[in-house]
Design a protein around this ligand. Structure first.
Ligand code: PDD
Length: 287
């Protein structure tokens, strides 16, 4: 079956899907996006993703008139037409197509595109046992990274540096503070306390982050939302990261230095059980 994409109400083969070259997403990164996990044909945490998308559109004043009901139907239609049970759906809404001018165009309707790509979530469960490595990069991004825009060049360059260093992720440093990863949220564990950077304007408020805080708190674990330094991360008992495409992965080395004994720890393991149980509860998916 050819891979299908969605462009402004039409579903068509991915190879034939396109936007006008004066789409403002291309010229100005004047676009927001979401990435959602689809497991067993069900979208994980759909309502929180929808809420974040709406908040981001409002922050940027992008006029998006489709109601949640029809929008959800369009996303589900693309997923079912693609026929993949385990995949990620990418959703992008730009301010529209207009003659290039920095100021907002008066009357251009927003452009919605969606793509679906098969994803192997089982590999993420396997990686719970081995963990992954991160490197440190300085955070060169703009001042409103809480808004999920397609302006991701700082993230792209950091991720490429990680790839070249043989690491899974780059953690982004501002001064002494570890903010988050290039496409994931960053966490450490010290003396049983689970620590992650607070939301605000300097990290993306991850859906997986939010979900993990709820699950950990419900399990009587202690979560501290506060900035932590690179020195704290290097001296942590455990470290891990979260995102839609990596719901939870232990971090066993930071910039070539082992975290504790260099193996995934018990708190991360316990959180892994909670996270994957929640996935099973919502979607019925099991590794
Ligand atoms: N990335 N921080 C950054 C900078 C991100 O880009 C992401 C998500 C996250 C985690 O957010 P969530 O839990 O909502 O996935 C944190 C997506 C997956 C991406 O850009 O592909």
């Amino acid at each position: 079956m050819p891979q299908l994409a969605y462009v402004n109400g039409r579903i068509l083969p991915l190879a034939d899907a396109s936007l006008h070259i004066e789409d403002r997403g291309t010229q100005f990164a004047d676009a927001v996006y979401e990435v959602c996990a689809v497991m067993n044909g069900q979208i994980l945490d759909w309502q929180p993703h929808l809420l974040r998308l709406r908040r981001n559109l409002a922050e940027l004043g992008i006029n998006w008139t489709m109601a949640d009901g029809p929008f959800t139907l369009q996303a589900r239609r693309l997923i079912s037409r693609n026929g993949q049970r385990d995949c990620i759906i990418y959703i992008q809404i730009s301010r529209g197509t207009a003659r290039r001018d920095h100021a907002f165009p008066g009357d251009a309707p927003a452009n919605l595109v969606m793509t679906v790509r098969r994803f192997d979530f089982a590999q993420r469960v396997k990686q719970l046992a081995t963990g992954i490595k991160v490197i440190i990069q300085s955070d060169t991004r703009w001042g409103r990274v809480d808004i999920k825009t397609t302006g991701l060049l700082g993230n792209v360059l950091a991720k490429q540096a990680a790839r070249e260093a043989g690491a899974f992720e780059a953690w982004l440093l501002s001064g002494e503070t570890v903010r988050e990863g290039s496409s994931t949220n960053a966490w450490i564990v010290k003396d049983g306390r689970i620590i992650t950077h607070p939301t605000g304007t300097s990290i993306l408020p991850g859906i997986a982050r939010d979900s993990l805080i709820r699950l950990a708190t419900a399990a009587q674990m202690i979560v501290e939302e506060r900035p932590f330094t690179l020195a704290e991360a290097l001296g942590a008992d455990e470290a891990f990261l979260t995102s839609t495409t990596a719901p939870i992965l232990p971090v066993v080395a930071i910039d070539g230095q082992a975290v504790a004994d260099g193996r995934p720890g018990p708190v991360t393991r316990r959180l892994g059980e909670l996270v994957w149980n929640e996935v099973a509860r919502q979607t019925g998916w099991r590794a």
